[in-house]
Design a protein around this ligand. Structure first.
Ligand code: MEV
Length: 325
């Protein structure tokens, strides 16, 4: 029996532009998804994911990936199918997941569950994979399920920490930082990432040079952000976030609710705030040094947001326990 866990993520700079080959900066969030697996001696895959809204789900190995899959099991099932294609086994497994995520906040529970499950599998069968190999196994499963995505969330779940990332893990560089003075506010609205990514792609198809120019500007901000983070120059990081938000607004992925929380944070003394992720809802982040932490948090709450207490720069995927049964 093996238990592994992986963290969620928050995108600091480079949302959407990362899908088009530009870099981004992402940090791992210490809300973890835990997956426990054991061999079941049968020809079946059994999943229990009560925190993801699924009590019990069973399929034979031959049926994996077939028929409409419940959303909460898609990533796990496709990953398992991909894994068995490469490493066939003569028996199935039981899988149980446990989530620390407050559901709906967009911290990346699907990437975390995929990565934690993949780590548990390779550990159960004692298969040595590098982080790059683990990444590509997981990224393939994510593409099977949602068709789009840069894989930055998979990288954050695997490597952890704060990363400078170019898709698909062409560059993964750990930025050595001690802290990140950010406040995270949830809009209360769940956004659908693949839909927003496809929406940007459709707009870009119509206004190619305009969008390419926005992506190139965002790319510049990420390059500056990388240096600024190394120097821990928070004021400048705030300015870069503010500028990135205006590019994201030009990409038409911000929303009234996000704008309201972002404006409130900046008026209360944040050096810069932006949406984090696909936009359309989910979370915003505000740079807030200790002198303004309270005022910025209160302003976000007063504007209708829910401040999330999360710790950033968290550890990547890890095996929690491994026992013979
Ligand atoms: C979504 O959280 C971030 C996007 O850049 C999509 C992706 O990189 O996969 C919008």
């Amino acid at each position: 029996m093996v238990t592994a866990s992986a963290p969620g993520k928050l995108l600091l700079l480079g949302d959407h532009s990362v899908v088009y080959g530009h870099p981004c900066i992402v940090t791992a969030v210490d809300q973890r998804l835990q997956v426990t697996i054991e061999k079941n001696g049968k020809d079946s895959f059994h999943l229990s994911a009560p925190d993801l809204g699924l009590e019990a789900y069973t399929k034979t190995i031959g049926e994996l990936g077939e028929k409409e899959l419940p959303k909460s099991v898609r990533f796990v099932e496709m990953l398992y199918k991909r894994f068995l294609d490469k490493h066939p086994q003569d028996h199935g497994i039981n899988v149980t997941t446990k989530s620390e995520f407050e559901s709906g906040f967009g911290f990346g529970s699907s990437s975390a569950v995929t990565v934690a499950f993949a780590k548990a599998l390779v550990s159960l069968y004692q298969i040595e994979l590098t982080n790059q190999e683990l990444f590509h196994l997981c990224y393939q499963a994510v593409l099977d399920v949602q068709g789009v995505g840069s894989g930055f969330d998979i990288a954050a779940a695997i490597w952890g920490g704060t990363l400078y990332y170019v898709s698909p893990a062409k560059v993964v560089e750990t930025l050595e930082i001690e802290k990140l003075p950010l406040i995270v506010g949830y809009t209360g609205i769940k956004a659908d990432t693949p839909t927003l990514v496809r929406m940007v792609a459709a707009q870009r198809a119509k206004h190619r040079s305009y969008y390419n120019n926005l992506f190139a500007q965002a790319s510049d901000l990420v390059e500056q952000g990388k240096e600024v983070l190394k120097r821990q120059d928070w004021k400048t990081l705030g300015k870069l976030m503010h500028h990135n938000q205006s590019l994201l607004a030009d990409m038409e992925v911000s929303s009234l609710e996000l704008d309201r929380l972002i404006d409130a944070a900046e008026q209360a003394g944040s050096d810069g705030a932006k949406l984090s992720g696909a936009g359309g809802g989910d979370c915003m982040i505000a740079l807030a040094e200790s002198t303004v932490t309270d005022s910025v948090s209160k302003a976000i709450e007063a504007a209708g947001g829910k401040v999330q207490n999360v710790s950033l720069n968290a550890e990547g995927v890890r095996v929690e326990s491994s026992t013979e049964v």
